[in-house]
Design a protein around this ligand. Structure first.
Ligand SMILES: [Zn+2]
Length: 405
């Protein structure tokens, strides 16, 4: 097996680059795949729709027992597993992935909705297409996205999300879950957020949501944002090779742009946006955390565009236009985080260098923040365990395999 077996995945979310100038997220086109959807689309028992909720309803959709029906694609008989929260259209051949995915996906969704701020439920199940082989995945991709299939082929082992549907294939018993967590975030935001996040943040949070420790004895996994060896390893590589992209440049780019520079560049991009979310979450003593919370709330409510448009600090008209229409550029950074881009860029770089300092791999393994607490008057040597990180007391700290293999 190649060394890529546990490498980070690559993907494109296609969030809002194909939608209106205000960056409204596409959430309705998923019905075009009716031919591949489960026939049972009845709401989950007990589902209650709240009329007041703006972008989505706060409903618990999860079924106690999945409804499983045959699902056929290209003459192959698979199954559609309706979990309430998700409909898993599966041609999987690996029974371990098949079984565990049924616990993994709803647990990941709970994590998305609580990891940073409380977020609403989707108004229906998220469709996840999970093929047993790359060949099947490619065939489906060429059918569904004929114009773009060639580009998706370039991403190597990976997946993508389109119109709120995640489209994946079996890339092994660890990586398949990682990419499901990542694409699951895109699928969720495409269905729930009225305005798309900036590309760098959408991708960064998707990577942030990948960090996980596998469940024990079939139990649910535990999501721990810092516990992401792949992104951490890439970040270390980026720094050691002197390839760190300055923040101002990072927020201008997209994964597609990065892919033009090759797979290494693409993985470097993901590692840096992953670190950027951690930075906004806890860097500089937490000074940017509020901005992150406000931005997520504005995405849900559809307030990003008007906020940027009316902002006096977001930048030039063109910068605001780019941020609203294409979700790139510095306007969001200025409006929600810091007007002084030079300062925040320097802080981010210092944060990244602190993250990858020698010895921090152990903390990543334990799922702890590698960032030291801000210097206290007397002693500043003990590492912080952030609120969302697990206590270091878990017995799993020294177990090597973190996923079913
Ligand atoms: Zn992504």
């Amino acid at each position: 097996m190649s060394t890529m077996s546990t490498a980070p995945q690559t993907d494109f979310a296609r969030c809002a680059r194909f939608v209106g100038t205000l960056g409204l997220a596409v959430a309705t086109l998923s019905t075009v795949v009716l031919v591949t959807a489960c026939s049972s689309v009845a709401p989950a028992p007990g589902a209650v729709h709240s009329e007041a909720a703006p972008a989505a309803v706060t409903t618990e959709l999860r079924r106690a027992e999945p409804i499983i029906e045959p699902w056929t694609y290209a003459g192959k008989i698979g199954e559609c597993i309706d979990l309430g929260t998700h409909r898993l259209h599966s041609l999987l051949r690996d029974p371990v992935i098949r079984d565990r995915m049924q616990i993994f996906l709803p647990t990941a969704l709970d994590h998305y909705r609580s990891a940073i701020i409380p977020l609403p439920a989707a108004d229906g199940p998220i469709d996840v297409f999970l093929f047993g082989s790359r060949t099947e995945w490619l065939a489906y991709t060429r059918e569904r996205l004929p114009q773009e299939a060639a580009m998706y082929e370039q991403i190597g082992r990976g997946g993508y999300t389109v119109e709120g549907d995640a489209v994946l294939y079996d890339i092994g018993r660890w990586d398949t879950f990682t990419i499901a967590a990542h694409e699951g975030w895109h699928a969720y935001t495409q269905r729930v957020f009225r305005h798309s996040l900036p590309v760098w943040l959408e991708e960064g949070i998707a990577c942030y949501m990948e960090g996980v420790r596998a469940g024990v004895d079939g139990g649910p996994p535990k999501f721990i944002p810092w516990r992401n060896f792949e992104r951490f390893g890439e970040l270390r590589d980026v720094v050691s090779r002197g390839r760190l992209i300055p923040l101002g440049e990072l927020v201008e780019g997209t994964p597609q742009d990065a892919l033009a520079g090759g797979r290494t560049t693409l993985l470097g991009y993901y590692a840096q946006v992953w670190a950027l979310v951690h930075f906004l979450n806890e860097g500089e003593g937490g000074r940017y955390r509020k901005g992150l919370e406000r931005l997520l709330g504005d995405a849900v409510d559809g307030r990003i565009a008007s906020t940027l448009w009316e902002s006096r600090r977001a930048g030039t008209r063109n910068e605001r236009r780019m941020a609203i229409g294409r979700q790139v550029g510095p306007a969001v950074l200025r409006e929600y985080f810091a007007e002084d881009l030079e300062r925040i860029s320097a802080e981010y770089e210092a944060f990244v260098r602190a993250v990858v300092q020698r010895g921090n791999g152990e903390k990543i393994w334990r799922g702890e923040t590698p960032i030291l607490t801000p210097p206290a008057p007397a002693s500043a040597t003990s590492p912080t365990v952030s609120g969302s990180s697990p206590a270091a007391s878990s017995a799993a700290t020294s177990i090597a395999p973190v996923a079913p293999r």
